[in-house]
Design a protein around this ligand. Structure first.
Ligand SMILES: C[S@@+](CC[C@H](N)C(=O)[O-])C[C@H]1O[C@@H](n2cnc3c(N)ncnc32)[C@H](O)[C@@H]1O
Length: 460
């Protein structure tokens, strides 16, 4: 049984009254674990989705259509399908906030406190490749993990930034249709998963978290379009960081209306616990759009760009085009995108909602759209992100080498080893498992050199 601070027990008794006993008894039960299918790669209701459900003995999460529970001893996070981005491991109650926000294809959405990426990848699934996701995380090391998860899930229409909320708000006033703020909190719903979180808990810490949430929220409000929706969530139970924070926010911003709140309790539902509030920013009567129209900004800058930079982009596009002819004949962009070069790295920035390279200037951007590849002295080297973004339709006539998920070869590839083939082909090849892309290899003379990123390789 976990040792809970007496002040925490008192707090929960004050909130829950007669229910507190059942709540406290939930600490004797094992934590709940879940995963969310990546609908950018697997169709809901498909034979493959059914196979995964059987293989990992998954049970549906009631509040999220793509969410499932799994139980020990299943370890889906260790399976090669995880490396292929077929699902995201996520605590089931954490799936509730995006389910309430309901991002829709074509919308411009911000995930303000995004790492490690549970909500961001769920939002991207809802957008289905159309629209734009800005996934932000203030802490650089955590932003890197967020960026890797965006890549693994094969998301094309996301920009990953690492900025403090006020810096982001200065760049994106009244810009987003929907904003998710999964706020840093005292994490009372994390105690079963991470007993160390109990040591960090104190009433002072709760007060500090509530104050920090009130620091971040005005920046979220500033970035929301009139008529836009804001989902605020925490994985904590106390009132100060939840209902009281929302109350203070409504007092300060009369243009906000509270539409709904939801709580998941571990003694009532199968989940570790979550709070979410959905707020609407009312339409203002006059100056409707305070958004910076950056389409014109991008164009103006485009004209001013040194000829050399434009020439480089044209060359980069040509090299990528040649590469596609040879390796990915069916490649097509799912939605409009603008090529951008960061040094030798070619990205495709979603041309949605007037976001442009100008607007990103001055921000730490880890991923300005899909990383397509690197230019290396008149040759093009494809990026890992490009492989992971390949869907069935784009792989149809691609050069591939398929491995069975349970094969020794799949394990060897994930460890970074070369593969031996009996075929006589040369050039870049997409390594797939059971038809899903896992990374790149380069084939020559019966050998496939391993291009799985070194940082992702599994130890022997
Ligand atoms: C609850 S976690 C986000 C989890 C994430 N939404 C997910 O679903 O995977 C809160 C995040 O807020 C970040 N954070 C901490 N202080 C912050 C601040 N002052 N402003 C914005 N974000 C902050 C933390 O680094 C952490 O990654």
């Amino acid at each position: 049984m976990l040792q809970l601070p007496s002040e925490y027990i008192e707090q929960m008794k004050a909130i829950l009254g007669a229910e507190a006993e059942a709540f406290l008894a939930s600490y004797r039960l094992p934590r709940t674990q879940g995963l969310r299918l990546n609908t950018l790669k697997i169709k809901e209701g498909s034979a493959f989705a059914d196979k995964l459900i059987r293989e990992f003995q998954l049970e549906p999460v009631p509040w999220c259509q793509t969410g499932y529970y799994y139980e020990e001893p299943q370890r889906p996070g260790r399976h090669p399908y995880h490396a292929a981005g077929l699902y995201y491991i996520q605590e089931p109650s954490a799936m509730s906030s995006v389910a309430l926000l309901k991002p829709a294809p074509g919308e411009i959405v911000l995930d303000l406190a995004g790492a490690p990426g549970g909500k961001s990848t769920q939002i991207a699934g809802c957008l289905r490749g159309e629209g734009l996701l800005v996934a932000n995380e203030i802490h650089p090391a955590r932003a890197k993990i967020l960026s890797e998860n965006i890549e693994r899930m094969g998301i094309q229409n996301a920009v990953v930034t690492s900025a403090a909320p006020d810096k982001l708000a200065a760049k994106f006033p009244a810009f987003f249709d929907k904003i998710m703020l999964d706020a840093p909190c005292s994490g009372e719903g994390m105690f079963r998963k991470d007993p160390d979180a109990i040591d960090e808990w104190s009433l002072d810490h709760v007060r500090m978290c509530a104050a920090r949430q009130m620091d971040i929220l005005p920046d979220a409000v500033a970035m929301l379009k009139d008529g836009g929706l804001l989902a605020y969530s925490t994985c904590t139970f106390n009132v100060a960081e939840n209902e009281a924070t929302i109350e203070a926010l409504l007092q300060r911003f009369p243009e906000l209306t509270l539409l709904q709140t939801e709580r998941i309790w571990p003694h009532k539902q199968k989940g570790e616990g979550h709070f979410v509030a959905l707020l609407k920013k009312n339409e203002s009567s006059g100056d409707a759009d305070h958004g910076v129209d950056n389409r014109s900004g991008v164009k103006a800058k485009g004209k001013d760009k040194p000829a050399k930079a434009n020439k480089q982009i044209v060359e980069a596009k040509q090299l990528f085009g040649q590469f596609c002819q040879e390796v990915l004949p069916d490649w097509e962009w799912d939605s409009p995108a603008e090529p951008v070069l960061y040094g030798e790295q070619l990205y495709m920035l979603p041309a949605v909602g007037a976001i442009g390279s100008v607007q990103l200037n001055g921000l730490k951007v880890l991923r300005p759209g899909l990383h397509v590849g690197e230019l290396k002295k008149n040759r093009f080297e494809p990026s890992h992100a490009l492989a992971l973004a390949l869907t069935e339709d784009k792989l149809r006539s691609a050069r591939t080498y398929d491995l069975a998920a349970d094969s020794k070869e799949a394990e060897a590839y994930l460890r970074g080893e070369a593969l031996t083939t009996s075929r006589n082909e040369n050039g870049w090849v997409v390594i797939t498992i059971d038809g899903f892309p896992l990374g790149w290899g380069k084939e020559s003379g019966g050998q496939i050199k391993n291009h799985y990123p070194k940082g992702l390789r599994r130890p022997l």
